[in-house]
Design a protein around this ligand. Structure first.
Ligand SMILES: Nc1nc2c(c(=O)[nH]1)N[C@H]1C(S)=C(S)[C@@H](COP(=O)(O)O)O[C@H]1N2
Ligand SMILES: [Mo]
Length: 164
């Protein structure tokens, strides 16, 4: 963790940028997610406010393993430093969802959040990876066609606003 990187340029179709408070942003393809990390399965049901319950079968690596392996300097952070990390996941259509790192960290919430390489028997190489949050009841954080994942630290700047 050191100097902030700038926002990435648009990535090639089906790929996403991993960037933020990190020395070296990387661009990852679905093929690389499949090749370089163990694939986990998740059969999920989530609810959508507009279209009702959806059932899907996903496979892909754990988000925490991709972030930790792609950014080796991150791994040695102590638990107390990890507790203020944030992740923002962006779809190419402008849909965004945030997670706290602690939700997925094995020392904290340990949620098996995936970056899918496959959905319902179809590879996602062309569409791009999809965030899979099996512990969510609602589908809004299942961001599809992911183009960016930002990792950053919360910074408290100045005094808290006065309570009115
Ligand atoms: N990129 C992107 N991903 C998205 C959304 C979106 O608008 N854009 N909508 C979310 C919402 S609200 C739901 S309920 C699910 C819908 O999943 P479905 O395609 O299986 O219905 O996708 C989620 N992922
Ligand atoms: Mo939804």
């Amino acid at each position: 963790m050191n100097r902030p990187s700038t926002a990435p340029r648009p990535t090639p179709p089906g790929t996403f940028a991993l960037w933020g408070d990190l020395a070296d942003p990387v661009t990852l393809s679905v093929a690389r997610l499949r090749r370089d990390w163990e694939q986990h399965r998740a059969d999920v049901v989530f609810d959508c406010a507009t279209s009702g319950p959806q059932r899907h079968a996903f496979a892909g690596p754990l988000l925490r393993e991709v972030v930790a392996a792609a950014l080796p300097r991150f791994a040695p952070l102590r638990r107390k430093e990890r507790s203020r990390l944030l992740l923002a996941v962006s779809g190419g259509d402008g849909h965004h969802a945030v997670l706290s790192w602690a939700e997925i960290d094995a020392d904290f919430g340990n949620a098996p959040v995936l970056l899918a390489t496959r959905m319902d028997g179809r590879d996602l190489d062309e569409a791009g990876t999809q965030l899979v949050v099996p512990s969510d009841r609602c589908g809004a954080r299942y961001v599809s066609a992911v183009t960016g994942i930002w990792l950053g630290r919360h910074h408290r700047e100045g005094a808290a606003p006065a309570v009115v």
